[in-house]
Design a protein around this ligand. Structure first.
Ligand code: MRU
Length: 382
């Protein structure tokens, strides 16, 4: 049984509530755009591709139920809802990009005088689910082949960060998809179909996944997925990455992306940047696995990416337990303090500069160096 974060059929949408994992598996119904917005904002559903798919499907659910008197009312409703959905979480490009594509589609229908009953926006949204899975599978194959070709040995040990698997996508995953595809059975097959020469004992795979503080997507979600799929894996705290790289023979780092800019700078889960610095120090190839839906071809570099800041309690509390000191009121001489908790800064993402992405950027079209991205973005109208 594969993990499914998004269930959708004929206008009915539900999501696996990721706040309850790994202890409880409960699906929550999404009945309208506002439900979708809240599920994204509260991180019941998270991961750049899943955010966009759930956001757009929440609109499809609402369109299934509503009737519109004419084309202008349908068009302005769709635009307003999509614009609203893009405000739920700002850093991942996927929702904004999907909104722009859908708005362009509706505008072109309006220009061609297509009647509102004939504007098949629901169908277009529904395609996002199978398209994401097939892109992820292509990307994963490209990534696994590239890594195996590069290291040229039969044991691959990958380090990954955050959660980029079935839970973060429509299925299969991006960086975790590469991990999946690098698994034993597939590698034996790869050995036959590609020119990679793995002749000795069957290839083995091992994965190190970071805990991914402060929100613990690694320990709560990636560890859950890896155990679910019986992938040999080891959980480490974020602070152990340097030691693991030095002592555990890491072949490659593979992470996902929330936004890849034209020059290859990549926004991803907080902590990615420091892992990339460590990878460079240890001479370990660092890969970003990012389907085109995660690329922001209109942005030159990572400087201007808006980094989402999450509330302090997500840093100070774990599973409802307060770890940092709570503020107390008091006085010092004549100065009276009002109660305030420990001051926190809680950015959810960081930007890894292109020069640290030494392995490449893995897409469904192949693996690119950051410097090849400009041409690639032009060619594919990213
Ligand atoms: O805050 P999150 O959990 O939504 O962050 C997720 C990540 O940073 C992932 O690495 C990224 O979205 C890619 S998911 C395929």
């Amino acid at each position: 049984m594969t993990l499914q974060s998004i269930r959708y059929e004929c206008g009915e949408l539900s999501i696996l509530d990721q706040l309850l994992l790994p202890h409880e598996t409960a699906y929550e119904r999404i009945g309208c755009v506002e439900d979708g917005w809240k599920a994204i904002r509260s991180m019941k559903v998270r991961g750049a591709p899943a955010i966009a798919i759930v956001g757009c499907l929440s609109l499809a659910v609402e369109l299934h139920k509503r009737e519109f008197p004419d084309t202008p009312s349908l068009s302005s409703f769709i635009k307003a809802q999509l614009t609203h959905l893009t405000t739920a979480r700002p850093t991942a490009v996927n929702m904004g990009k999907s909104a722009a594509i859908l708005i362009k589609f509706v505008d072109s229908m309006v220009e061609q005088n297509v009647s509102h009953e004939e504007i098949k926006v629901i169908k277009k949204i529904e395609r996002m689910l199978p398209d994401d899975i097939s892109d992820n599978m292509k990307l994963s194959e490209h990534g696994a082949k590239h890594i195996m070709g590069r290291i040229g040995q039969d044991k691959v040990t990958i380090l990954t960060h955050c959660n980029t698997g079935s839970l973060a996508t429509a299925g299969y995953g991006t960086a975790l998809g590469v991990v999946r595809f690098s698994g034993e059975a597939v590698l034996i097959n790869l050995n036959k179909v590609s020119k990679i020469n793995i002749t000795s004992s069957p290839p083995q795979e091992e994965v190190y996944c970071t805990e991914t503080r402060p929100y613990n997507q690694g320990s709560r979600l990636t560890a859950y997925e890896l155990m679910h799929d019986h992938v040999p894996s080891t959980l480490i705290a974020d602070s152990m990455v340097g030691l693991v790289m030095r002592t555990r023979g890491i072949s490659a780092v593979v992470v996902g992306a929330d936004r890849v800019t034209r020059n290859g700078d990549t926004a991803n889960k907080i902590g990615t940047y420091q892992i990339a610095v460590l990878a460079q120090h240890h001479g370990i190839p660092f890969y970003v696995a990012a389907p085109i839906t995660c690329h922001d071809g209109g942005r030159l570099d990572g400087e201007s990416i808006v980094i989402e800041e999450r509330p302090p309690h997500e840093l100070t509390c774990v599973a409802g337990v307060q770890l940092a000191p709570k503020g107390e009121s008091g006085s010092f001489g004549c100065v009276v303090y009002t109660p305030s908790d420990m001051n926190c800064w809680n950015p959810a993402f960081d930007v890894t500069p292109n020069e640290l992405i030494t392995g490449g950027i893995i897409t469904e079209h192949g693996v690119f160096t950051p410097h090849q991205l400009n041409d690639f973005h032009d060619k594919h109208d990213v």
